[in-house]
Design a protein around this ligand. Structure first.
Ligand code: SF4
Length: 323
């Protein structure tokens, strides 16, 4: 694997059509000029509420959603260029996505061995049966599913949620993924086993795998990811080194997320942190700060002028008129 493997997203805009008439279509802006870098051997957390655009960006990187504008470069190849000719199969071997519900991607009538062997064969058609089995077993062992041979004989319903998520990670490892985009990978798991999955992914960074960790939980972002980007309705509002963003949050929305992290023996008054308001729907015509309706510190120009990115430290940026 290349030492400097990275995914670079530049000014990514994604609009979805949402009705309109014969002559004019309406669009929802799901991603607004998002720029980020994910490096091999590191984790980048994308944090935000439902509808913040974090999964949309991951799906654009996986080439599920075509960008309206902007550029995505993976390991030096611009995948958004018409000149990009890789097959989806070859691309998927490099960039894999794992989802919130691992059970949804495992057919209950097939064994784990079948679920492992299928992608291995698709991505390595030249392997013999013995080699496929060897890779199946070593990948299951790599994710801690030992004894691997017994695990391979089981059906998905015989595994716990945490074990099924480990199978999903093992499948990505088996096809040689350099980057894993993990969309809320622990949110459906019991609290007691969440840490085990995070620790596994953390350990796999040592193999050079880069993780995009999509979550609504800023506390786990800080635990697992070197860098964190906070998103609100399609906009990156604060980003940088995780310790700096989470220990010294500057954007009122990041401060609101931090205030939602439970602390033993501490009651928090979240209503003193933000106004109650519906999460806005943004369109290409929307102007101003996306958080303006909820922000207690909003000024007149916040509703009309989008704040520029301001550098707060070596690796800490915010988009807010307060800075
Ligand atoms: Fe609040 Fe204005 Fe900053 Fe937006 S730009 S977060 S409305 S102060």
């Amino acid at each position: 694997m290349s030492e400097a493997a990275e995914i670079i997203v530049e000014d990514l805009v994604i609009d979805f059509p949402v009705g309109g008439g014969l002559f004019k279509k309406n669009y929802l802006r799901a991603s607004s000029e998002v720029s980020l870098t994910l490096r091999s051997g590191e984790a980048l957390a994308i944090v935000g509420e439902s509808g913040s655009g974090k999964s949309t960006c991951a799906r654009a990187i996986c080439r599920i959603y075509p960008p309206t504008s902007g550029k995505i470069t993976v390991d030096g190849e611009e995948i958004t260029s018409p000149a990009f000719k890789w097959s989806q199969r070859d691309y998927a071997a490099k960039v894999q996505m794992i989802f919130q519900d691992p059970f949804g991607s495992l057919n209950p009538v097939h064994t784990i061995r079948h679920h492992m062997a299928r992608p291995i064969r698709i991505h390595n058609p030249g392997l013999t049966g013995d080699q496929v089995e060897e890779l199946t077993i070593s990948s299951l062992e790599r994710v801690g599913l030992s004894p691997a041979k017994q695990t391979a004989d089981k059906f998905p319903y015989e595994l716990s949620g945490g074990q099924r998520q480990r199978v999903a990670i093992a499948r990505a490892v088996a096809v040689g993924a350099q980057f894993i985009l993990a969309d809320e990978p622990i949110s459906m798991l019991d609290v007691s086993i969440r840490l085990g999955i995070l620790n596994l992914m953390d350990d796999m960074k040592k193999d050079g795998i880069g993780f995009m960790y999509i979550t609504h939980d800023i506390a786990t972002a800080r635990y697992f990811a070197e860098r964190t980007a906070v998103m609100y309705v399609g906009h990156m509002v604060e980003w940088g080194e995780s310790d700096s963003v989470t220990q010294n949050p500057k954007h009122p929305y990041t401060q609101l997320l931090i205030s939602a992290v439970p602390e033993a023996g501490v009651r928090k008054d979240r209503e003193s942190m933000a106004k109650k308001a519906d999460i806005p729907v943004r369109s290409p015509e929307s102007r101003g700060c996306p958080f303006a309706e909820r922000c207690l510190q909003a000024m007149d120009h916040c509703k009309t002028e989008m704040p520029a990115a301001t550098k707060l430290g070596e690796d800490h940026f915010v988009r807010c008129h307060l800075y």
